[in-house]
Design a protein around this ligand. Structure first.
Ligand SMILES: [Fe+2]
Ligand SMILES: [Fe+2]
Length: 180
């Protein structure tokens, strides 16, 4: 199997696991929420609280996996907790999420921009798929550090296109793939 096939199939497995996890509305453990509050800036925590329970649980799982590899690196933990924050500002119903997962290979930046400017279901899909950029601007506004802002923008990009510090990014990308 070629490297890109391996990448696609592990990404698909990830999407399937995330899809089933996203059906459960269970809130995160209160002790984890206390940890999130201690880890984030106050303004970041106020954004984080707006995420859906499954997205909150996913963000905690990513940040805690990253913490096990880089134990004292608060920046990496914050970036893990906030990488998907843009989802709070876009339509993200189940159908949109499934459509986004299926159409991801077709979604060039140009197409996503075109879709978001149109009307109807493609507009919701385009808006949903542009959540990394939206998240980055929300984080910039509340004063997150540069790495956190840039990881929100770049976390779906292939590693060849990253501009961020690679050690942190590799840890976070691995965690994002395995954390449901
Ligand atoms: Fe994401
Ligand atoms: Fe994620």
């Amino acid at each position: 199997m070629s490297k890109s096939n391996t990448g696609n199939s592990s990404q698909l497995a990830h999407l399937v696991r995330r899809f089933f996890a996203s059906l459960g509305q269970r809130s995160p453990d209160p002790s984890d929420v206390v940890w999130v509050k201690e880890t984030l800036l106050q303004a970041e925590f106020e954004l984080w609280e707006k995420m859906s329970p499954p997205d909150q649980r996913h963000s905690i799982a990513v940040a805690q996996m990253a913490r096990s590899e880089l134990p004292n690196d608060v920046t990496t933990m914050r970036a893990g907790l906030l990488h998907d924050i843009g989802k709070i500002g876009v339509p993200s119903g189940l159908i949109t999420r499934v459509a986004a997962a299926i159409s991801k290979p077709l979604a060039t930046e140009d197409r996503v921009n075109r879709w978001s400017q149109g009307k109807g279901p493609l507009a919701s899909l385009g808006a949903f798929m542009s959540y990394p950029q939206l998240g980055a601007s929300m984080l910039r506004e509340v004063g997150s550090d540069d790495f956190t802002v840039m990881w929100a923008t770049e976390h779906h990009l292939p590693s060849t296109e990253w501009t961020v510090e690679r050690t942190r990014a590799e840890v976070l990308q691995r965690a994002d793939q395995f954390a449901v």
